[in-house]
Design a protein around this ligand. Structure first.
Ligand SMILES: [Zn+2]
Length: 117
């Protein structure tokens, strides 16, 4: 059994999109702190997130529409472009777990992230 810890922290250069890692995160979604465990085969990943989630324009559009599959595609494409993923099915399930945490913990409408426009 392998346990990995995945937590979402705001990098020092400012928030990036929590869904597709786009550096132009424009929106903030208030959310409760959340911890969940995603088990894939013999590997468990603990996902923890504190407070608000950041989203870029594209991901925010999906969220506003309640388009879970669209949001999942956004994330999946970003991740699989970035690095060679051995098992995309696993990646998809992991992302699904992350997104489920988001939909569950989300507690209010989006807010514009202030900063240089
Ligand atoms: Zn995004």
């Amino acid at each position: 059994m392998i346990i990995r810890n995945l937590s979402f922290e705001v990098p020092p250069e400012g928030p990036v999109c929590d869904f597709c890692s786009n550096p132009e995160a424009k929106w903030s979604y208030p959310a409760h702190d959340v911890t969940s465990v995603v088990t894939l085969g013999d590997e468990s990943t603990i996902l923890s997130s504190e407070g608000a989630w950041a989203a870029c324009d594209k991901c925010s559009e999906c969220i506003e529409r309640g388009d879970k599959e669209g949001l999942l595609n956004q994330s999946f494409n970003a991740v699989t472009n970035d690095e060679q993923t051995a098992n995309s099915e696993m990646t998809l399930r992991l992302l699904r777990g992350i997104h489920e945490s988001f939909w569950r913990s989300k507690c209010g409408g989006r807010r514009k992230i202030s900063g240089e426009a």
